[in-house]
Design a protein around this ligand. Structure first.
Ligand code: GLU
Length: 292
């Protein structure tokens, strides 16, 4: 059931698989600022579907760091790990509509296939994040073969049949991106992502599937997140249309880069908020380090 308050609704959605760093602070400040400017709400969502890497300790640390920054949230914490049934229902629907297929190849098998292909001089297509597109083999399997492999207990993920999905939608997709004081229509290129993963053999959902289900369930009207997720919005639009979900407005903010020129990650421990705090930095310092 979708929650609608009638007020602009934003969310900050970290994954508690490590400590929050300066990049998270920038994103959380941006969300709070924009929500306040519109008299809106800001919800906190823990994107913790990866049960192996997301821990209660990291979640508690994130909540404490956000409180230290002075960023308040409206309503209780929403945890993806408490909503697996909803993601399963969305996946079931895509499977029933013939838009998803079981994918049996492990990451290692795909890596090997790509390496063999490239060793023979041909380039394997890659998605906007640089990952090789999933090979066509499983998509092409006849239904009885898929059933037999599943019945024999072969581990599998589920992937979206992107070509079938786009054929079903039948019209070019776009999204609304807020830039400055204007909103512009951005043409989406979902085919660039190939057959994205919807659930993994070790996790009952994927980022793409849960994020669209949750944005709708939480009544999110404004998605404010880092530029690293700009192109992924194309995938989110596909899933929103297929599942009949509303589309929020998007704003993808600048990223903070590390000394190596790459986006900050949880392995850049020197930018972890608690590390900076332990070194005696104030919240005002954090704002300066975030460039705000
Ligand atoms: N969980 C994602 C992250 O920590 C953010 C996802 C989103 O905002 O859509 O990068």
């Amino acid at each position: 059931m979708s929650e609608t308050s009638g007020r602009p609704t934003f969310r900050f959605a970290p994954s508690p698989n490590g400590l929050l760093h300066l990049g998270h602070a920038l994103s959380a400040f941006e969300n709070r600022r924009r929500a306040d400017a519109m008299g809106g709400r800001l919800l906190l969502r823990m994107e913790d579907i990866d049960r192996a890497r997301c821990t209660p300790e990291n979640e508690a640390a994130a909540i404490e760091d956000l409180a230290w920054l002075g960023i308040g949230f409206d309503g209780p914490v929403f945890r993806q790990s408490e909503h697996f049934a909803e993601y399963q229902a969305a996946l079931d629907r895509l499977v029933a509509e013939g838009l998803a297929y079981p994918a049996f190849m492990t990451r290692g098998t795909v890596r090997q296939m790509v390496a063999d292909h490239e060793a023979a001089g041909a380039r394997w297509p890659r998605d906007p994040d640089g990952a090789p597109l999933y090979p066509a083999r499983d998509r092409a399997r006849p239904a009885d073969e898929r059933r037999a492999l599943m019945a024999a207990g072969h581990r599998h993920a589920w992937r979206l049949d992107m070509a079938a999905a786009l054929a079903r939608i039948g019209a070019p997709l776009s999204w609304q991106e807020g830039t400055g004081d204007r909103t512009v229509e951005i043409a989406a290129s979902p085919a660039d992502w190939g057959d994205v993963v919807l659930s993994r053999s070790d996790a009952p959902s994927s980022y793409h599937l849960s994020v669209v289900v949750d944005d709708a369930a939480q009544g999110i009207t404004h998605v404010v997140r880092g530029r690293d997720l700009y192109h992924a919005t194309a995938v989110h639009r596909v899933l929103q249309v297929l599942l009949g979900l509303p589309q929020p407005l998007y704003h993808h903010h600048r990223l903070l880069l590390g000394p190596d020129g790459r986006k900050l990650s949880k392995s850049n421990n020197d930018t972890a908020l608690r590390q900076l705090r332990a070194e005696g930095r104030s919240v005002a310092d954090i704002r300066v380090l975030c460039g705000i």
